[in-house]
Write a protein that binds this ligand. Structure first.
Ligand code: TYD
Ligand code: MG
Length: 455
C-alpha cells in the first residue's frame, strides 16, 4: 500500500508543495504554509482509461427549457447584482472584509426573500442565535419567517438542510464550517474547499439556492482558494471604505447574469438601505470646482455612475517620488503619467502624486483615463476645469484618445445631474444629446492645449 502523502498548502493562495517552508514561493506570503492530509489516501489507482465507466447521455444544444424562474426580493439593488433575482439551485459566494456588513446584508436578504414567499434557513457559524435575533430586532426584521441555527458541523448542517428542503440556505461563513472527513482545521484551504464543494453539490442536487459568506485575505481575495470561486455560479464582493457609509455589492462572476454589475447601499443605524441613484450620492459633497478635481461619467454594469476624481501633486522631498492611488489601478496611473511625460512633454518627476476617487468608490474602467489625466494636469497647473464639466475617454500609449462604449448613456446621466459640458474623444457613434456642449478631441496633446493652454 502506498504511503499516505501529506502536502503543504499555502493558506493564502492555495499553492501546494511537498515540503514546508517559511515563505510561499507562489505568493511570497510568510508563515502561510500548513501541512494538510489529502482527502483519501487510498492505494494508487489504475489510470481512468483502463477502467470502463458509465456512458453519459448526450443532448442537443436546442433545448426547449425556459430560462430559470427567478425570485425577486424587496431589495432591488441585490436583485440587480444577482442578474434580476435569485436563481433556484444556484450557489452564490459573497466576499468582503470583516465588519463591512456581510452578515447584515445577508440577514436583510434572508428576510426579504422570506417575504417574497421563499422558505429560508440562515445558518451562522460565527454568531450565537441570540446575537442574530438581536440584530434582526434592531433591523426590524424579527417577524420575517426565517429559520435560524448556529452550527459549524457541515455534516449536521447538510442533514438538516436535506430534511428541511429550503428554497434558500444562507451559510455565514464558509471559513467556520468544519467537514469531519477532512483532516485539517476549520478555515484551512482543504476545509474551505470541501465545504464549498459540499454546499454547491447540495444546491445542484436538491434545487435549493445556497448563499455562502467568504472572508477575504489582506490583498482582497476570497480567503482560501480561488477554486471556490470556480465552483460557485456567482461571486459577489461587498466593498466599501471604512470611513464611508457607502457599501458596494459588485458581481465579479455570474453564470446567470451580467458580471460587473453593482448595487449601492448605505450603512445606517438600522441596517443597509438601498441607494438607487448612486451618482447623486458620490457627487453630493462636491463644492465649487477646485484644482485637481474632475468628474468622470462612468458605467458600472448596466447603469451610468458619476464619480469625482481628486488629484494632488506636490514637490517630493524623496529621491523616489510617491505615487499613491485609492480607488483606481496604480499601474494605470503610472501609464498615464508616462504618456503625459513622453507625448505631451509634461514631466511629473520630482513630484509626489496622490489620486483618489471620492466617496470610497472603486473605478475599473479604462474610460476613466482622460478624467485621471485631467485631474493630474489640473492639480499640477493649479487650474480648475470649467464648471459643470464631465470628462471621459480612454488614452492609448501613443497619446491618442479612444472612443468608449455607451457615450450617450454617460452624457444623459451627466445632463440629468446638471452638467452642461462634456469633454470626450472624437470618433465613435455621434451621440444625440440636446442642450449639452460637447468638446471632442483626438489626442491628449490637443486636450492639454485646449483646456490648460499648456503643452
Ligand atoms: P456585519 O454585518 O457584522 O459585518 P461582517 O459580517 O461583514 O463582518 O456588520 C458589522 C458592522 O456594521 C458593525 O461595525 C456595525 C455596523 N452596523 C451598522 O452600522 N448598522 C446596523 O444596523 C448594523 C446591524 C451593523
Ligand atoms: Mg459576519
Amino acid at each position: 500500500m502506498a504511503k499516505a502523502v501529506t502536502t503543504f498548502v499555502c493558506q493564502s493562495c492555495g499553492a501546494t508543495s511537498s515540503k514546508w517552508s517559511g515563505r510561499c514561493e507562489a505568493c511570497s506570503e510568510w508563515n502561510t504554509i500548513v501541512e494538510e492530509k489529502p482527502l483519501s489516501a487510498g492505494p494508487a489507482k489504475k489510470s481512468l482509461g483502463a477502467m470502463r465507466g458509465n456512458k453519459i447521455p448526450l443532448s442537443d444544444l436546442s433545448t426547449k427549457e425556459a430560462p430559470p424562474p427567478r425570485t425577486a426580493s424587496a431589495l432591488g439593488e441585490l436583485d440587480r447584482v444577482l442578474g434580476g433575482g435569485l436563481v433556484p439551485a444556484s450557489a452564490v459566494l459573497v466576499g468582503g472584509d470583516p465588519g463591512i456588513g456581510k452578515s447584515t446584508l445577508l440577514l436583510q436578504a434572508a428576510a426579504a426573500f422570506a417575504n417574497s414567499g421563499l422558505k429560508v434557513i440562515y445558518i451562522s457559524g460565527e454568531e450565537a442565535s441570540a446575537q442574530v435575533r438581536l440584530r434582526a430586532q434592531r433591523l426590524g426584521l424579527q417577524d420575517a419567517s426565517v429559520k435560524l441555527a448556529t452550527e459549524t458541523n457541515l455534516r449536521d448542517i447538510l442533514t438538516t438542510l436535506e430534511a428541511e428542503a429550503p428554497d434558500l440556505a444562507i451559510v455565514d461563513s464558509i471559513q467556520t464550517m468544519w467537514a469531519d472527513n477532512v483532516d485539517s482545521a476549520p478555515g484551512s484551504v482543504s476545509q474551505v474547499r470541501a465545504a464549498a464543494h459540499e454546499l454547491t453539490t447540495f444546491a445542484k442536487s436538491k434545487g435549493s439556492a445556497v448563499i455562502m459568506v467568504g472572508h477575504v485575505t489582506k490583498d482582497g481575495q476570497i480567503a482560501g482558494p480561488r477554486v471556490v470561486e470556480h465552483m460557485v455560479d456567482t461571486v459577489l464582493y461587498f466593498e466599501g471604505e471604512r470611513g464611508h457609509q457607502f457599501r458596494i455589492l459588485r458581481s465579479v462572476k455570474n453564470r446567470f447574469g451580467p458580471a460587473d454589475e453593482i448595487g449601492v447601499f448605505e450603512m445606517t443605524g438600522s441596517g443597509l438601505s438601498e441607494v438607487s441613484n448612486p451618482s447623486a450620492l458620490f457627487l453630493s459633497d462636491r463644492g465649487q470646482p477646485a484644482p485637481g478635481s474632475v468628474v468622470f461619467s462612468g458605467i458600472e454594469g448596466t447603469r451610468p455612475v458619476m464619480v469625482e476624481f481628486q488629484a494632488l501633486v506636490s514637490p517630493s522631498p524623496h529621491s523616489q517620488p510617491r505615487r499613491s492611488v485609492v480607488g483606481w489601478d496604480g499601474s494605470r496611473l503610472a501609464m498615464i503619467l508616462a504618456v503625459l511625460e513622453s507625448r505631451c512633454g509634461i514631466p511629473f518627476s520630482g513630484l509626489d502624486v496622490y489620486l483618489n476617487v471620492a466617496g470610497g468608490m472603486r473605478v475599473n474602467e479604462p474610460a476613466a483615463d482622460l478624467a485621471v489625466a485631467a485631474a493630474l494636469l489640473s492639480a499640477r497647473e493649479d487650474a480648475s476645469l470649467p464648471p459643470e464639466t464631465v470628462v471621459f475617454g480612454e488614452i492609448s500609449l501613443s497619446g491618442a484618445l479612444r472612443p468608449v462604449t455607451q457615450t450617450e448613456n454617460r452624457l444623459k446621466e451627466a445632463q440629468k445631474l446638471g452638467f452642461s459640458t462634456a469633454i470626450l474623444p472624437t470618433g465613435g457613434k455621434s451621440p444625440s444629446v440636446k442642450g449639452m456642449k460637447l468638446t471632442s478631441m483626438g489626442d491628449l496633446t490637443a486636450f492639454v492645449g485646449d483646456v490648460f493652454g499648456a503643452g
